[in-house]
Ligand binder design. Sequence first.
Ligand SMILES: C[S@@+](CC[C@H](N)C(=O)[O-])C[C@H]1O[C@@H](n2cnc3c(N)ncnc32)[C@H](O)[C@@H]1O
Length: 296
Amino acid sequence: MIKKQQDEALKYFEEHAEKWRKLAKSSAYDKVNVIKQRNDFVLKVVADRKITDTALDVGCGTGDLVCEMASRGIKALGVDFAREMIDLAEENARNSNLLNAKFFCCSIFDFPFEPEKYDLISANGFIEYISYAELDRLFKSSYESLKKEGSLVLGSRNRLFNIFSLNKFTQDEIVSNEIIALLLEAIQIMKSEHIADLIGFETAPLQKEDKEHEITGIKVSTRYQFTPAQLASMLHAKGFEPIEIYPIHIHGSFPKFKEKNPAVHVLIANFLQEFAKNNACLIPQSSSFMIHGKKR
Ligand SMILES: C[S@@+](CC[C@H](N)C(=O)[O-])C[C@H]1O[C@@H](n2cnc3c(N)ncnc32)[C@H](O)[C@@H]1O
């Protein structure tokens, strides 16, 4: 099952690297550029940090974030197991003459992590494709490989959005009796002054490991969703101080409206995105979110 998840991910991303490159650069009027929103958050973290000399991007895809970081003078390395993605990432860096953007093709679980090497490690649109045991390994390797006060930045599909989407995902949460726990977490986020208030919050259990999910665009049958409290608690347990959660792809209305009026949806989503910083109250309406933790 778990192997199937990674096998499907490798096949999908090998076959769709070119499409991914276009998506990363897109400013289409009828599709929100989630890749750019996630990258922008990582760049905000960089801007907020005192020093970022070295960075590692896990599951780097076509390398846009690595190139953005390299253009800011950071020695940035991207790792991806899809050869086609790495070829495009290297081309991307060559075209912009970025000598400090480097790429490496292998599974991150075969990557030789070095101790205390990086100021920042990011993984955008990545943790949904790995098992919980692999996520555990990623936390451990990242912790060891980050310098003191190094930043770990993760992007995640947002399970709290299942409350708001009013579709099959919502029905599933009702059937599995977990919708109330998710609602209570959403209320907790509204009341919270800081992400630290979510550490240890009793929310829904993690999704069943063998769950096959509704396919939404990417043909990988198991793509986990997490809640902010789940990831904040995990970060804390693994030696990180959770710093911030940040909404990605904010929905001003329900997905049904988006399907019928994509251009209006994009206008509203991009407008709301301007308010993402310091507005965790937008999280339940976001289909993804970012979380930033610092090595304690
Ligand atoms: C959804 S894409 C995200 C790409 C990029 N981070 C972005 O935000 O545009 C996920 C990427 O993770 C890569 N990936 C998945 N599992 C991996 C693994 N075990 N090791 C390295 N890369 C992996 C895939 O090949 C794919 O390029």
